[in-house]
Design a protein around this ligand. Structure first.
Ligand code: NAD
Length: 249
């Protein structure tokens, strides 16, 4: 078995093309790097030219593109430029703290990015994935399973991502496209910095997590890559928690 030097990933994705939305930072960047370590051609997107520029300077093996997953015509343009595609990872996501998601305009925006954005990319990539008999991995959340009194739109969107994953797994099995999701627990990324850096808020999270620590973005990558290998050829419609035991405690 070949292990990549960089991440010890026991996977071989040579000659495969991978598209990752939200790949400019945090979990998406770690997934993009792990695919690159495993020999894949990786296209990763970020929301702005600025974040894309920064990410490009961190890993020159990855082809970074600016993309707002709310913009259907930009998605269609990007997908038209891709000749073949083996894996789509939907990692773009946002949340709004401080009660903002109770305002309808914000609620709709978060749903549009996290849930409809996922569906936009899945639909646009379906023909390419049907040709390659490829697969999709969506990034869900612990809030796919639990409610949240603070971020109702985020929670509703991630619950939706889980159900969308199952539905597309059923609908597109006849195209030989597998559709799975990974549900990260509490991971130390730019999105969670306000919690990581606040002891009062991080204490209850770590207290409930059996492994008693924040997860690292690289720890989401391995399970994502596994779901895209022939070893997972009969796995579809799964929402795989990667959470240090948080969801079973
Ligand atoms: P992050 O903020 O580093 O990553 C979010 C990514 O989404 C960024 O690349 C950003 O550019 C992109 N993005 C935001 N809005 C977008 C839009 N409209 N169009 C395109 N891209 C957009 O944070 P992260 O924690 O790495 O989050 C990555 C994914 O993991 C998200 O879907 C998030 O919901 C999910 N997640 C994170 C955690 C955690 O604890 N960090 C837990 C569960 C799920």
């Amino acid at each position: 078995m070949n292990f990549s030097k960089e991440t010890n990933m026991p996977f071989d994705f040579r000659s495969q093309t991978i598209l990752i939305s939200g790949g400019s930072s945090g979990i998406g960047f770690a997934i993009a790097s792990a695919f690159a370590d495993s020999g894949a051609d990786v296209i990763a997107t970020g929301l702005s030219d600025e974040v894309v520029r920064e990410a490009s300077s961190l890993d020159s093996r990855i082809s970074f593109r600016t993309l707002d997953v709310g913009d259907l015509s930009a998605i269609e343009q990007l997908v038209r430029e891709i000749k073949s595609l083996n894996v789509l990872v939907n990692c773009a996501g946002m949340l709004l703290r401080g009660g903002q998601e109770f305002e309808l305009e914000n609620f709709e925006r978060v749903l549009d990015v996290n849930l409809t954005g996922t569906m936009r990319l899945c639909s646009a990539c379906r023909p390419l994935l049907a040709t390659s008999q490829g697969c999709i991995v969506n990034i869900a959340s612990m809030l796919s399973f639990f409610g949240s009194g603070f971020v109702p739109a985020y929670s509703a969107s991630k619950g939706g991502v889980a159900q969308l994953t199952k539905s597309l797994a059923i609908a597109w099995a006849s195209d030989s496209i597998r559709v799975n999701a990974v549900a990260p627990g509490w991971i130390d990324t730019p999105m969670t910095q306000p919690l990581v850096q606040n002891t009062e808020r991080s204490h209850p999270i770590l207290d409930r997590t059996p492994m008693k620590r924040w997860g690292r973005p690289e720890e989401i990558a391995g399970p994502v890559l596994f779901l895209c290998t022939p070893s997972a050829a009969f796995v579809t419609g799964v929402i795989l928690p990667v959470d240090g035991g948080y969801s079973v405690a």
